[in-house]
Design a binder for this molecule. Sequence first.
Ligand SMILES: [Zn+2]
Length: 273
Amino acid sequence: MPELPEITVLARQMNKELQGKQVANSESEQPKNLNMPVANFAKTIKGKTITNVSSKGKWIFTKLDPDYYLLINLGMNGDVLYFAADKKPPEKYHFKLTFTDKTGFTVAFQWIGLVHLVAEKDLDKHKLTAKLGIQPTDKNFTLNHFRRLLANRKTIVKNFLLDQKNIAGIGNVYIQDTLFRARLHPNRKINTLAPQEIEALYHAIKDTLNHAIKLGGLVYEKDFYGKHGRFTADSFLVGYKTGKPCPNCKTPIQKIRTGTTASYICPKDQKAP
Ligand SMILES: [Zn+2]
């Protein structure tokens, strides 16, 4: 599943490649991905120019001139793939955007994804993105900011971090090593964390995500040019490594059930509450 690192890599590449390109047409093979009828969508986006591509959490924000945003969420899994003017576009896709210079990109979803076209003035009313929390890669995500986010919270730490309204971009993949790096059991309650544990968690979030961004994201995911990331199964510290030795103390890593999801922990370094 693409999380913040994969989406960050994708959005950075799109930003470099697509700035200044003008939309010639759009095609949708799966109208339920869109937030308006296909014909409306095509009419609205035609002729607009891409000025910037960024991301927040698991969403890609493509700024269009004049005054619109194209918002893409890959859901459980999907690819956004560039095609050059002289290359055949990928055959299977759910959404395709072609530019006036004959280049373009396709979006294919494994399950269900979203392609929304939103007027700039309505962006803060777009329910799915308006309430997203801060990104851990944002320069405003400081230790003090993080402490304020955690103040007076009684939820368990794993649920808190997975809730996109608190922090945008951490999912079930990267949370495993994040909690291990901070030596925290997923079921610890926020209000039981000591100041130094909060500081460790803050650095663990940033270190885990930045490391994955540096490696271009997960090997299972593709970037804008179809290249796989270099974050492999071996790159995890404890995530998905049941029975393998903890990199810190050699205790076998355990897979445990936390709520509705699985967690991978070192039972010695991440003591149960
Ligand atoms: Zn250990």
